[in-house]
Write a protein that binds this ligand. Sequence first.
Ligand code: NI
Length: 167
Amino acid sequence: MAVQEILTYPDPLLKTICAPVTELNDDVQSLIQDLIDTMVAAGHSVGVAAPQIGDCRRVAVVNVSHSKLGRDNNHGLLVMVNPEILEREGCETMREGCMSVPDFTGNVTRARNILIQFTDREGRDQVIRADGFEAVAIQHEIDHLDGLLFLDRVSNLKTDVFRRKNR
Ligand code: NI
């Protein structure tokens, strides 16, 4: 287990479409642990996806339970291998940030409710429904697995992207 360095925009690895995991072996378990360690070490982070630490496999972790927006409505720590969104409902615009885009935030419109399928770290297939901030975080992390950053999702780069203060 180890905290890994976060790649930042415009690193080309962040534009890679990640490959599905075919076997939940020790190597994948070690990637999962690195993602968790890196998310925890970042303190404010609510999710990390494998390409952010330089690994192009479809694995991401999300945990919004310690955040103001997500603490009342969440599934705790989600370890998602090969996650896939089965259904989307509604839409909601929220200000997003990303450790790979440290100097900016952006307004992104995403589905409010999602039904998502993935394999967990014990190898069990899971189907869960998520909404609100947790749903946003999951969609953001799955985007990373498809080579997309929130910058690719804002409708207008001039009016919907904001420079962070105090950095
Ligand atoms: Ni991100």
